[in-house]
Every structure is written in structure tokens, then in C-alpha cells.
Design a protein around this ligand. Structure first.
Ligand SMILES: Nc1ncnc2c1ncn2[C@@H]1O[C@H](COP(=O)(O)OP(=O)(O)O)[C@@H](O)[C@H]1O
Ligand SMILES: [Mg+2]
Length: 251
């Protein structure tokens, strides 16, 4: 059931690639102002789930998504974005030959249809929030990985999304940068954006999420508060069984 307390409800979402069921009957809801974490070994279907919700670059074979009262599972990706749902990508992406500010501007124009004074005000607020103001005239391609990740988040946040999907934002960051990112994610949430966060760095994931959902082999294994998830035998098996052990230590 969708209520005004619910920002998104996903019901029975599924996607197959040939005989591989990459996302298998996944359902969950996120409350307004909540951070829902997603954990799971490589290949569990986490990124595919983001693709299906945003239809960027492809939508689901099965299931429904209700975002802020709208059925979005058959809408075009840009329509979904305009309703206030933004994502970042696992591999940092930016327009390398444009400046930081120009990259953020594109996010405001295409993500939210902003222009003129409203666009500039959103850009300024985003540069401040993501601590990119001193770098506004730098070429995106010249930034270190930490700032590149901030820029990707800025390009999504400039549209003032009500829900932000973050795909492994901490990968490749050192522990000081991870702690910074943890604070940033909480700031984004406090600014009024609900967050769905995929993250391999479990201390970060457990540190920011109200609830964590664990996926394995395309399925939702379980969901609960971080303290319960960390002790769940199924979760320990998914992570500690076989090759999944590597994921705990991946940086
Ligand atoms: N476009 C695609 N075509 C074929 N198989 C895909 C495609 N995208 C993902 N997969 C497969 O779906 C499964 C889930 O992948 P993914 O969602 O990227 O996992 P995760 O993000 O949890 O590591 C993997 O087996 C992957 O190889
Ligand atoms: Mg992934």
C-alpha cells in the first residue's frame, strides 16, 4: 500500500537476460526521509535493480514501481527524472572536457528543466553542499576520484530529487574519504532527499542506513535494521560463503 509516508514502492520487480534472472521478484518500500541500504555480493542484481527503477538504460520485464504516487515503470527515463528520482552510476561518469559548473548545469537543465535565475541558484546551492565551489572552473576530467564522485552526486542533486539512488559511491575511496562521504550522505538525507544506497563498504552502509536489504542471486534475501542484518545467518552465508568473501574486503 502506498501512503504519503512512502516515497517509493517496488512490487515484484523482475528482469531476465536470456536464462539468467538478474532481478527476481524484488519488492520493498522506502519511507520519506529514510536511507535504505542494499548489500549483496557481486552479481547479486543490485545495479540492475537501479536500472529497472530508473529505466536507465532499460526497464523491468515484470513488476510495478510507484514513486511519490505515480506509476513510473512504463515511463521514459527523462520523465522519471523530472518526477524527482535521480541516480548515480557505479563507474564515475562526468563530461571530462566541461568544467565542474558546466557539468552541474547540465544536470539542472536535463534533470529538472531549470533555467535562468532558478538554475543558477540551484547550481550555487549544489556547489556549496558538495563542497565543489572552489573547483567550479576546473575541468571535470582533471579531478581526483573523490571530487569526481562528488561531481556525479552534484549533477544528480542539482535537480533537487526527492529520491536519490547511489551505486557504490565509496568504492576507490580511502578511509578518511569514506568518513567524509558518510557525513555527506547524511547531509543529503537531512536536506530532504530520501536515499537508496548500494555499498560494499559495510561499516559505511550499516552506519548510515535505517534499514538494509540484502540481495543474492537476484533475490531479496532479507531486510532489517543494520544491527539485525549483521547477525543474520543467511547474510553471513551470502558474504562468507565461497568467493563472496572477497567483497567484504573490496575497496
Ligand atoms: N545488460 C546486461 N546483459 C546481460 N547480463 C547482465 C546485464 N547487466 C547485468 N547482467 C548480469 O546480471 C547479473 C547482475 O548484475 P548486476 O546487477 O550488475 O550485479 P551487482 O550490481 O549486484 O554486482 C550479473 O550476472 C550480470 O552479469
Ligand atoms: Mg553493481
Amino acid at each position: 500500500m502506498t501512503t504519503t509516508e512512502t516515497i517509493i514502492e517496488v512490487r515484484g520487480l523482475g528482469k531476465s537476460f536470456g536464462s539468467l534472472v538478474a532481478v527476481d521478484d524484488v519488492s520493498f518500500t522506502i519511507r520519506r526521509g529514510e536511507i535504505l541500504g542494499i548489500a549483496g555480493p557481486n552479481g547479486a542484481g543490485k545495479t540492475t535493480l537501479f536500472n529497472l527503477i530508473t529505466r536507465n538504460p532499460f526497464g523491468p520485464d515484470r513488476g510495478e514501481v510507484v514513486f511519490d504516487g505515480h506509476r513510473i515503470d512504463r515511463l521514459k527515463p527523462h520523465r522519471i527524472m523530472r518526477l524527482g528520482l535521480a541516480r548515480t552510476f557505479q563507474k564515475e561518469t562526468s563530461f571530462a572536457k566541461l568544467t565542474v559548473e558546466q557539468n552541474i548545469r547540465l544536470g539542472g537543465v536535463y534533470g529538472a528543466g531549470l533555467r535562468g535565475a532558478a538554475l543558477q541558484a540551484a547550481i550555487e546551492a549544489t556547489l556549496e553542499m558538495l563542497e565543489l565551489a572552489p573547483l567550479r572552473n576546473e575541468l571535470a576530467g582533471s579531478l581526483p576520484v573523490f571530487q569526481t564522485k562528488h561531481l556525479m552526486i552534484a549533477s544528480a542533486m542539482v535537480a533537487r530529487p526527492r529520491l536519490l539512488l547511489l551505486d557504490e559511491p565509496a568504492s576507490g575511496l580511502n578511509s578518511i574519504e569514506q568518513a567524509d562521504l558518510q557525513r555527506l550522505i547524511l547531509r543529503l538525507r537531512d536536506s530532504g532527499t530520501s536515499i537508496l544506497l548500494i555499498e560494499h563498504i559495510l561499516p559505511l552502509l550499516f552506519g548510515v542506513s535505517e534499514r538494509v536489504m540484502v540481495m543474492d542471486f537476484g533475490k531479496k534475501l532479507t531486510e532489517g535494521p543494520p544491527s539485525e542484518i549483521a547477525r543474520d545467518p543467511q547474510v553471513i552465508e551470502a558474504y562468507l560463503g565461497g568467493k563472496a568473501m572477497e567483497n567484504l574486503h573490496a575497496t
